[in-house]
Design a protein around this ligand. Structure first.
Ligand code: THU
Length: 162
């Protein structure tokens, strides 16, 4: 038996002003995406902005449903939209933010496991890393260099692709 360790490196910023221009713009666009959220049940808005290699930015927001499991997270709304509309696109970076009128969000909201598994698949498909920026409005920002580091034990089975 042996015990193995996994380490992940990520960047932490105290303010959006510390980010480079591209990252700051992506965070601002994730905030704009919040306006598209349909979240009458949780009243928790999530927005994402995804920058493609072409420079184009695709927005997504959480879309809920009275039959709760039929709803979808912001990240997957945007990613599946890219998959359907721009199947050859290369994703460079995505920013995610959240907002609610019911309490103050003090820390960056990180993506759920289901979204991470989908993000991993997009990253594997394009064979290049996708940066992920978790942006707390008026708070700290975390930047991770690739999705893989967020879900190192993602479900992967290449033989299913045959
Ligand atoms: N949500 C997201 O949009 N992304 C995540 O990664 C986690 C949660 C949404 C789903 C639901 O509409 C609301 O946040 C509360 O769970």
């Amino acid at each position: 038996m042996k015990v193995l360790d996994l380490n992940i490196s990520f960047e932490q910023y105290n303010d959006i002003a510390e980010l480079n221009d591209k990252d700051r713009s992506l965070c601002e666009q994730s905030e704009q995406a919040l306006s598209g959220s349909y979240s009458p049940y949780s009243k928790f808005r999530v927005g994402t902005a995804i920058r493609l290699k072409s420079g184009q930015v695709i927005l997504g927001s959480n879309q809920e449903n009275l039959a709760y499991p039929s709803g979808l997270c912001a990240e997957r709304v945007a990613l599946f939209s890219i998959g359907a509309t721009y199947p050859e696109a290369i994703i460079e970076s995505m920013a995610i933010t959240a907002q609610t009128d019911h309490f103050e969000i003090l820390k960056p909201v990180t993506s759920c496991g289901g979204c991470l598994q989908v993000m991993v698949e997009f990253e594997r498909k394009q064979s290049s890393p996708i940066e992920v920026i978790f942006y707390c409005l008026n708070g700290e920002i975390l930047k991770v260099p690739s999705v893989k580091s967020l879900l190192p034990f993602a479900f992967v089975e290449d033989r299913l692709e045959r």
